[in-house]
Structure formats: structure tokens, C-alpha cells
Design a protein around this ligand. Structure first.
Ligand code: FE2
Length: 305
């Protein structure tokens, strides 16, 4: 690579911002070139001024393009339009087809959640996420017949697993609790919201670490702290009471028990903390979603297995 090309690449690294492929639909016509990153270099994959259509995105996926980078002005347009579209869909959830509306809202929430993971201290975005999730929880509790379709649509949504995992768990929690008529509707709504925000602390962990199969002890310890980090990020910023924050704090108690059993070659230690049924439901649904979902380092198992 010539020195000029080298400098250009370094300049691009400082100027570009990463977005998801599906975010590009919000842009329609880019004001600057759009890049992908391969073998240590940025390449133009969509030229400035070209109309972006669904077919454009399908082409990128066919070429197995994974990383997309845009200049700041286009990035800001995408994020603003994404927020406005999320608000519009949230406000009109009850108008039209309930399945299509809730699928769309969950996809937009997940796209927007990616932004919150990049900047978890952004109060405006956290408030938007919370308000939209409250609306969605009420809608899903009233329309339980949409849960299966929404779940399947999100699985195929190409979101990072840290984004899809909490929402998939929330969908299972609603389905499970409604099936057994164990809780009042308001409680189910609150558990949906609690489960959705429980992994926000994952935003402190770099992708490279999350995508690794074999983590060392130190890396495992950092990941195991994500529930505490979620509490630090949420406490005082969202209207979740202490009971719900405690569910978030303890949502991996089951994993810790299982790990203790295998690592020590002996029985799991007795519980020092009593966990309520709500915590157990969220924890078990979270484990089920984790086992049946694909990860960068392994394929998900079938529910039967
Ligand atoms: Fe978690």
C-alpha cells in the first residue's frame, strides 16, 4: 500500500462510524460513499448518491458483507430517522395488523438498542427505549397470539446476540406466564420490561470478547459482572422498583449454580439468597433462549435436544 493510500485509510478509520446493514434503509440516498472493511482496508460498497433499496441490502448479504461504515452526517440521519420511525410505530401499534406491527416494533427497538449499547449513558435514548418497551409489553400481553411470529422474526433479524437475547427472553417470559395464568397482567408487563433491560451491562464488554468461544478466567469474571453493571446503568434512570432490579441482579443465579457444580466436581453450593419465582422464570427462560440460539462460535441446539 502506498503512503498516500495508507494515510487515506487511517483518515477513514477516524471519520467513519459503523452501522448495521438494515440501518441503511433509513438512509435512502447516502450523501457520501459507504464502506465495508475487509483484510484491514476500507472499500466503497455503495457510492454516494446511489438509491438504497431492499435489493441493495440483499446484494450486500449475498456478498457476505458484515461491517458497514458511513460518514457522520449519514450516521446522524440514520439515527434520527430510526428514532422517529420507532416512535411512529410505537404510537400506532394498535392500528392495522397486530403481527406485522409488533414484528416491526421489535425490529426497530432492537436496532435502536444497538445504539444504546454503544452509548449506555445516553439518557434520551434510554428513556425512548423504556417508553417504547412499556407500550410493547402492554400490546403483547393483550395480543399473545403474535408472540410466536415476533420471536421467529427476531431470530432472523441479524442482530448481535447481546441485543436479541434479552428481547427473545422477554417474549418467552410473557408466553410462559400467560400460559399458566400465574400473574396479573401488570406483573407480566413489568417482567417483560425487566427481562429486556437485564443485559444492558453487556455494553461494557468488547465484541471480541463476547464472540470468543474459550474465555479465560478473567474474561469470564468480567462477563459475569454484567448483571451488576446493568443495575449501575439502570438504577435511578428508569422507573423499575427494587424488586425488579433484584431480578436483574440475580438473573444468572442458575448459571452460577451450574458452573459451580461442574467446576468443583461436586454438588452446587446451597443458595445463600432466596430467589423468587419471578427471578427463576426470567433465569430459566434466559437459559433456554441462550441454548437454542446461534452464537458466533457455535450453532444453537433444537428445543427438543
Ligand atoms: Fe444476562
Amino acid at each position: 500500500m502506498s503512503s498516500t493510500a495508507y494515510l487515506k485509510q487511517n483518515l477513514l478509520a477516524m471519520q467513519l462510524r459503523e452501522v448495521a446493514i438494515k440501518d441503511l434503509l433509513m438512509l435512502e440516498i447516502p450523501t457520501d460513499d459507504i464502506y465495508t472493511y475487509k483484510d484491514g482496508e476500507f472499500f466503497v460498497c455503495i457510492s454516494q448518491g446511489s438509491a438504497i433499496k431492499k435489493e441493495t441490502l440483499k446484494d450486500l448479504l449475498r456478498q457476505k458483507v458484515k461491517n458497514i461504515f458511513v460518514h457522520s452526517p449519514d450516521y446522524n440521519i440514520i439515527k434520527e430517522r430510526l428514532k422517529n420511525e420507532l416512535l411512529r410505530v410505537t404510537r400506532s401499534l394498535s392500528v392495522g395488523n397486530p403481527i406485522e406491527n409488533s414484528k416491526r416494533q421489535v425490529q426497530l427497538l432492537s436496532q435502536n438498542m444497538t445504539e444504546l449499547y454503544k452509548d449506555p449513558l445516553n439518557d434520551e435514548n434510554l428513556k425512548l427505549q423504556y417508553q417504547c418497551t412499556v407500550n410493547l409489553s402492554k400490546f403483547l400481553v393483550e395480543h399473545r397470539n403474535v408472540l410466536t411470529d415476533v420471536y421467529a422474526d427476531l431470530v432472523h433479524g441479524n442482530h448481535h446476540f447481546t441485543i436479541s437475547q434479552p428481547m427473545l427472553t422477554s417474549l418467552l417470559v410473557v408466553g410462559f406466564l400467560q400460559h399458566f395464568h400465574l400473574f396479573h397482567e401488570k406483573d407480566i408487563e413489568m417482567l417483560f420490561i425487566t427481562s429486556y433491560f437485564k443485559d444492558l451491562g453487556m455494553s461494557f464488554i468488547p465484541d471480541e470478547q463476547l464472540n470468543k468461544k474459550d474465555l479465560d478466567k478473567k474474561e469470564r469474571k468480567i462477563i459475569s459482572k454484567h448483571a451488576d453493571n446493568s443495575i449501575s446503568l439502570l438504577e435511578g434512570r428508569v422507573p423499575l422498583s427494587r424488586n425488579y432490579l433484584n431480578i436483574i441482579k440475580n438473573h444468572h443465579f442458575l448459571n452460577h449454580k451450574i458452573q459451580a457444580t461442574y467446576q468443583d466436581n461436586g454438588p452446587a453450593p446451597a443458595n445463600k439468597v432466596l430467589h423468587g419465582l419471578e427471578t427463576e422464570v426470567v433465569a430459566v427462560m434466559d437459559v433456554i433462549v441462550e441454548m437454542i440460539s446461534d452464537r458466533p462460535y457455535r450453532e444453537g441446539r433444537s428445543l427438543f435436544k
